[in-house]
Design a protein around this ligand. Structure first.
Ligand SMILES: [Zn+2]
Ligand SMILES: [Zn+2]
Length: 124
């Protein structure tokens, strides 16, 4: 019994880019499912999050970009040992999704059941 739980990060064992969902199987056996659109909309990059930036200037950025309905991840790449970067079919590819960010948004039945309602935004 060592207290290494906090330090251990599950790593993706496999990443599948499907027509409608991205499926990630983690090294601890957890299998995460994310809808392509939901994942694209929660892209953590500054552009998508609409953070005020002096470089963006007066351009008013919407909080959520206009994501096409059929958007899907076309490619992924591992970033260090902590994140996955996805390239999307709408041409966007600057989003880097840390593992814990992904896990917090996992849409598998077990995770959805555990999560307080308030964190679940309009699911379709
Ligand atoms: Zn983005
Ligand atoms: Zn899950």
């Amino acid at each position: 019994m060592t207290a290494t739980g906090e330090l251990f990060l599950a790593r993706p064992r496999s990443v599948e880019l499907g027509e409608t969902h991205v499926t990630i199987e983690w090294s601890d056996g957890h299998r995460s499912v994310f809808s392509n659109r939901g994942l694209r909309e929660s892209c953590p990059c500054a552009l998508c999050q609409g953070e005020a930036s002096p470089l963006v200037g007066s351009r008013a950025l919407p909080m959520v970009p206009d994501v096409p309905a059929g958007v899907r991840a076309s490619e992924y790449r591992m970033v260090g040992l902590y994140a996955i970067a996805f390239a999307w079919s709408d041409g966007h590819s600057t989003g880097i999704y840390p593992y814990d960010y992904l896990l917090a948004r996992c849409e598998c039945d077990a995770c959805v059941a555990e999560r307080p309602e308030s964190l679940i935004e309009s699911r379709e």
